[in-house]
Design a protein around this ligand. Structure first.
Ligand code: AMP
Length: 355
């Protein structure tokens, strides 16, 4: 038996009925709705204003019903209607970002996963403490610019999509950096990026055992980031800066990747440590999460970020990935979420996977 995350009263709206899986119409919603339908769940699309038309083009992923709000911030106001629908909210990256971590954490509707993770993920320093305690390799952090001894990336707190990040080749180049808010200075790691899509099931008692459950690898991608990814075609950084072009890391898409098979043990070890530490720190991370890092030429995987819910890179694998096909053919992360909820229902253990 795992850790109970949800109280009786939080789950009262689900008593004696099948849940409806609800999410915000954006990010990975097509995959979440498609996965929920494949497992026999009814679906509810939360949208701002009129339902987006693009769902009409995807009949297998269109939610059964829509609930419209004037703005995302007003979602907590429809909590009662959501409970009346028997909704379970499936969070995704944009959902939490648009609603705000604090508001999301307080929404009075059952949510898939452990909402306590938000406090650890939304603060870069707390996230680093978690990863350090887990003993995973990370980019070096400099407390002060005077300690810098190599290329660095300067990140503002809460900066999503890498907008406003500053790259400096060395300490001298950092002198041109004039901060406009709180920031951290991190070693700029040279290597290749991997975004690994894991799923932790506290309910499973077979497979790659971690804690009281098991860990699955469902896919892997690399993000296309504008303008950094194609910048090299224009020449060296100094030239670009002279032309007034600064690198940015705005995600514009995703490409599938696989890791050298001999590196999979390292990937699983890193993910397992992160899960184990999450159990000690806040009762455990549940469901999909993404370990984001850089494999150096010494084959040391340095983690720069973890996303603790379904990431958009999983959209590549709606009909399976080279990894998830070896768990169950054609399995997407969206469908895996619905399967976990179905298992929670049938074993009377929803309180271990919802919060
Ligand atoms: P983040 O907001 O931390 O996810 O970072 C956004 C992007 O910046 C990543 O997808 C990477 O391309 C790049 N990046 C972040 N941290 C580092 C690092 N320490 N070294 C090299 N590139 C990084």
């Amino acid at each position: 038996m795992g850790v109970p995350l949800a109280s009786e009263s939080r789950l009262a709206s689900l008593r004696g009925r099948r849940p409806t899986l609800a999410t915000l119409c954006s990010h990975s919603s097509l995959q979440i709705f498609h996965g929920a339908r494949s497992e026999g769940y009814s679906t509810l699309g939360l949208c701002v204003g009129a339902p987006p038309r693009f769902y009409d083009a995807f009949p297998l992923a269109r939610p059964d019903r829509f609930l419209s709000v004037p703005s995302v911030k007003e979602l907590p106001g429809v909590a009662e209607r959501l409970r009346a629908e028997g909704a379970v909210i499936v969070p995704h990256g944009s959902f939490v970002e648009y609603v705000g971590a604090q508001t999301f954490a307080e929404i009075d509707v059952p949510v898939f996963g452990n909402r306590a993770v938000l406090a650890w993920e939304s603060d870069r320093r707390k996230e680093r403490d978690w990863l350090e305690l887990a003993g995973v390799s990370m980019p070096k952090r400099y407390e002060d610019a005077s300690e810098v001894d190599g290329p660095v990336i300067v990140k503002y707190y809460g900066a999503k999509g890498g907008k406003g990040f500053y790259l400096a080749k060395n300490r001298e180049a950092l002198e041109d950096f004039h901060p406009t808010g709180p920031y951290v200075i991190q070693e700029y790691v040279l290597g290749t990026r991997y975004y690994m899509h894991f799923f932790y099931s506290p309910l499973s008692d077979r497979g790659y055992r971690v804690g009281h459950g098991s860990l699955e690898l469902l896919g892997m991608d690399r993000r296309d980031e504008a303008n950094i990814d194609e910048l090299y075609k224009l020449g060296a950084q100094e030239e670009l800066l002279r032309a007034g072009i600064r690198p940015t890391f705005v995600v514009t898409g995703n490409v599938p990747v696989v890791l050298r098979e001999s590196l999979l043990p390292q990937a699983f070890d890193v993910a397992a440590r992160i899960v184990e530490r999450s159990i000690d720190l806040f009762g455990g991370m549940v469901g999909p999460f993404c370990v984001e890092g850089i494999m150096t030429e010494e084959l040391d995987f340095k983690v720069f970020e973890i996303s603790t819910r379904i990431v958009a890179g999983t959209n590549l694998f709606i009909s399976g990935s080279p990894y998830s096909d070896l768990v169950a053919p054609g399995l997407s992360t969206g469908r895996r979420i619905a399967q976990e909820i179905r298992r929670g229902e049938s074993e009377g253990r929803l309180n271990e996977i919802l919060s």
